[in-house]
Write a protein that binds this ligand. Structure first.
Ligand code: GLP
Length: 242
């Protein structure tokens, strides 16, 4: 695990954007793993800027979302498929349908999870996965206690994550769905390069446990200690417990 400490989120965003643009230059049909939440937003801004400047193209790339809420209507702005469309996919030149998310409205949710795993596999696996981390150490929606070998599946969100995410639902925790579909820790571990971004003091404990703690299902990010190519990018505040 490589840990890079930088003074601010803009610096971090440039480094992560370099990883994306470098990959897409070498391999224009790369498979990207996209995350939601606030952590990747500056990276997406930087990628959109570079796209507009003609420095990078996503025209032949494909992308997979990490996770999705269950039950949000197709046009709900917080449905992660829509969030990714707004934050990155609609700002660059992905081909129509090139960005996929698990189907949180499927009648048969376990079947939708299996289909999602099959879609990732048939694309050849993820080349570069961007990740954030929750204050309780979750990655994607793999909450504490998640199997370290888990695959894409239906999960129940913890009370803490629903409180953390209420800010995206007009601060109304009751509007935050109770269930989600998420890539498993085993799925994420198969990405060839994972880049995790964390900023701010609220992430300091989770970063400490992920980087220096025992590998444990209670701190799901700690599984990345076993990853062959994991890069952790943090600011001084998120690094303050290292
Ligand atoms: C959310 C997402 C995760 C994200 C995490 C941290 O619940 N499912 O993919 O990494 O929480 O979010 P943020 O980056 O907003 O702190």
């Amino acid at each position: 695990m490589e840990v890079i400490i930088r003074p601010d989120a803009e610096d971090i965003a440039r480094i992560v954007a370099d990883a994306f643009t470098g990959l897409l230059t070498r391999k224009p049909d790369a498979v990207l793993g996209l995350a939601t939440g606030s952590s990747p937003l500056k990276v997406y801004d930087e990628l959109a800027r570079r796209h507009d400047a003609g420095e990078v193209s996503f025209a032949r790339a494909r992308a997979f979302a990490l996770d999705e809420y269950v039950g949000l209507t197709p046009d709900h702005p917080q449905r992660y498929a829509n969030v990714l469309q707004t934050e990155i996919a609609g700002r660059v030149d992905f081909a129509p349908g090139a960005v996929q998310a698990p189907d949180g409205l499927a009648d048969d949710l376990p079947a939708a999870c299996a289909q999602y795993e099959a879609a990732i596999a048939s694309a050849g696996g993820v080349d570069l996965q961007i990740l954030g981390i929750g204050t309780d150490g979750h990655i994607a929606f793999n909450e504490p206690g998640s199997s370290l070998a888990s695959r894409t599946r239906l999960k129940t969100l913890t009370a803490q994550t629903r409180i953390d995410n209420a800010r995206f639902f007009d601060d109304n925790v009751d509007a935050v769905p109770r269930h989600c579909l998420t890539q498993g820790l085993g799925t994420i571990m198969e990405a060839r390069h994972v880049v995790l971004v964390a900023t701010g003091s609220a992430k300091a404990e989770a970063v400490h446990r992920m980087v220096e703690g025992a590998v444990s299902a209670m701190w799901p990010g700690s599984i990345l200690q076993f990853h062959r190519h994991a890069t952790v990018l943090v600011d001084e505040a998120a690094a303050s417990r290292l």
